[in-house]
Each structure stands twice: as structure tokens, then as C-alpha cells.
Design a binder for this molecule. Structure first.
Ligand SMILES: [Mg+2]
Length: 350
């Protein structure tokens, strides 16, 4: 009699579709619904979930490609109880598989960091109640402002207004590589030098890494890497060699680099994310776990990853309001209705 190799293992692969709030624009495309996959692993009475949701305009992989990879990986795990090297899969696939395994093996702690850095767009007064609540719980007042969408002068004046009117506020800014060096400098010109230290960081101000570094040097404003960490050439770098090679070390560490923004769906496995986080911390750089617009299921796991690996930083997970519903797992305090995983399409089970 052949032994049953699968033992107590089973797996399910779901495909989900969640309607988005109207008017969600992601990199010039209107995102009407979010599509992704949820894997469910069961082994010896334990259960683990993982979300694979390539983000249009950011992820290189398509939904069709990830479905093929997920099926192949789940089949192999079902048969053998083992995983192939996570790095052979697309980042969103590696993230989903590794998170589900981390839940199965109790690696991912239950406690999550659900506090968000609110996104500010116009009037600082609107956010005063949010900042008061932060103060009451003994937190640093921190907010995020997207810049680079309008004239740099307007952005500079807005940031200056926020910093001027709320004296203990720290701002995280994100320009998503939209500025030329000239425009970035114009922005900085409108932010009083005495306030610049309260810009916790400005993510990717310019079109290239070297222009962003020039900007930081010229203005003293701390910058953060986000897109740079998602590039294939970066992800092929062994981290120990990063420090050894002067040019690479300067590129990603450097005097004015204050933070790395870690978006696991775009970076890859939990193991790789943890390597990046540990490496950054060893070199005095903060890390911020951020969302790639995952459903409430994936977002909860990111909140847990943040509480575990970056407990001193408020994560960048303020994206659930872009959805019309939550999926299976609720986010504390979120008023959106919840859709069950069992109502989504079951693609295959093992
Ligand atoms: Mg960013």
C-alpha cells in the first residue's frame, strides 16, 4: 500500500473580486475593482492564509501568471509538505505563500499595529481631531501628504502650512518620482528651513535615484526609498554585498536616506522582507511597512508584520477606505461591510 504523502494537509485557492470606492486612480488608471487570490493552507489542525494581489501599474506579473504559479506551488506543497525556493516566484506569489506558511508555523505574531498615518490633502484643521487622538495615546503626531501631483510651489506651501500650524507634527511626503531636480528644489524653496527637520522623510522625490540624492544633499531634507527597493536589480543583490560595494552602499544607504518603505506584495517573500528590514535597521535606517492596496485580509497580516518587525513605526496601511467591502477578516474600527471568502470563487482545492 502506498503511503499517503499528503497526510493531514489540504489547500484551497480562491480568486476574489472586490468593488472599489468610485474614483480610485492607481498610476493613471481607474481601479474599479480589486482582483486577487487567497490561499488557504491546512496542516495538522492549523490554518494559514496568504493574499496574492498584483497591483496594476506596479507589479510586473499578471493575474494569469500568478494563478499558474500558485497552482504549481500548492500542488507541490500538497504532495511533499515542502516549498520550492520562494525567489523563483513573482513577488506577490512569494509573499502570499510565505505568509500562509508563517501563519501555519506560528511565525507571524497575532498582535497587529492598526494605527495609521492619516493622509492629508487640504485643510490641516480637518485632521485636528485625529492628531488630538494621537496625542492622547502618547503617539508622535504623524501624517502623510502626497506631493508631485500639482505645482511644486503649491505642494511646498501646503507642507509649510501643515508644519507651521501644528508644531509637533511630523510629515511623511511621497512624490512617487514625479519631479525633475529643478521642480523638487522649487518645492523645497517654499518649506522654511526650520521646518525641514520635521519632514520625517520624502519618498522618491525625483525621477532617478541619483537626482533624489542630489536633492537631499542640497536641501537637507531626508529622503526614503520605495520604488528603488522593488527593482529587479536591487532584489538580486545579496544584502551583505550591498554594504561591501561602496557604490551600492551609497545608493541605498547614504547620509540623507532616512527610511526604506517595504511593500511586501511588490518585494516578495516574508523572508526577503525581513532581511531588508533587519539590514536597514543595522544601518540606522527606519523601515515602514506599507500596503499595495491589499484586501482587509492581507492588510491585517501587514499590520501584524509591522507590530512584529517595526514596532516603533506607524505603518503606511491607510488604504482600506479605497474599498467598498472588507474580505473575511475585519480591520479594527472599519465600518465597511464584510464579504466572506466562502462567497468568492473557489478555483481549485487539494
Ligand atoms: Mg511611495
Amino acid at each position: 500500500m502506498p503511503l499517503d504523502q499528503s497526510g493531514a494537509r489540504s489547500a484551497k485557492l480562491y480568486r476574489y473580486q472586490i468593488p472599489m470606492d468610485s474614483g480610485v486612480i492607481v498610476r493613471d488608471q481607474r481601479l474599479l475593482q480589486r482582483n486577487g487570490y487567497i490561499i488557504e493552507l491546512k496542516d495538522s489542525g492549523k490554518i494559514g492564509y496568504g493574499e496574492c494581489a498584483p497591483l496594476p501599474g506596479f507589479s510586473q506579473e499578471t493575474l494569469e501568471e500568478v494563478e499558474v504559479q500558485l497552482k504549481e506551488a500548492l500542488e507541490h506543497w500538497y504532495q511533499t509538505g515542502l516549498w520550492s525556493d520562494w525567489n523563483q516566484y513573482a513577488p506577490s506569489v512569494a509573499f502570499a505563500l510565505s505568509m500562509a506558511q508563517a501563519e501555519l508555523s506560528n511565525l507571524l505574531p497575532e498582535q497587529g499595529e492598526y494605527r495609521a498615518a492619516p493622509l492629508c490633502s487640504g485643510d490641516p484643521d480637518e485632521l485636528l481631531p485625529v492628531f488630538d487622538a494621537m496625542e492622547e495615546t502618547g503617539r508622535q503626531k504623524v501624517a502623510k501628504v502626497k506631493v508631485g501631483l500639482y505645482e511644486p510651489i503649491r505642494d511646498g506651501m501646503l507642507v509649510n502650512l501643515f508644519l507651521e500650524s501644528i508644531p509637533d507634527l511630523q510629515l511623511r511626503l511621497d512624490a512617487n518620482r514625479s519631479w525633475t531636480l529643478e521642480k523638487a528644489l522649487k518645492f523645497a524653496q517654499y518649506v522654511s528651513p526650520e521646518y525641514r527637520a520635521r519632514i520625517a522623510f520624502l519618498e522618491e522625490p525625483c525621477k532617478t535615484e541619483s537626482l533624489s540624492r542630489d536633492f537631499a544633499q542640497k536641501t537637507g531634507i531626508t529622503i526614503a526609498w520605495d520604488e528603488a527597493l522593488q527593482q529587479t536589480d536591487f532584489n538580486e543583490i545579496e544584502l551583505d554585498s550591498l554594504f561591501g560595494q561602496e557604490s551600492l552602499g551609497e545608493r541605498f544607504l547614504g547620509e540623507h536616506v532616512g527610511a526604506w518603505v517595504i511593500k511586501p506584495t511588490l518585494i516578495g517573500s516574508l523572508e526577503r522582507c525581513n532581511q531588508l528590514i533587519d539590514f536597514a535597521h543595522q544601518h540606522g535606517i527606519q523601515t515602514v511597512i506599507s500596503s499595495s492596496i491589499e484586501s482587509s485580509l492581507g492588510l491585517n497580516q501587514l499590520a501584524r508584520l509591522s507590530a512584529w518587525k517595526t514596532p516603533e513605526q506607524t505603518p503606511g496601511l491607510d488604504t482600506l477606505q479605497l474599498f467598498q467591502t472588507q474580505l473575511e477578516v475585519t480591520w479594527p474600527g472599519c465600518p465597511l461591510p464584510v464579504t466572506l471568502l466562502s462567497d468568492q470563487q473557489l478555483i481549485q482545492q487539494w
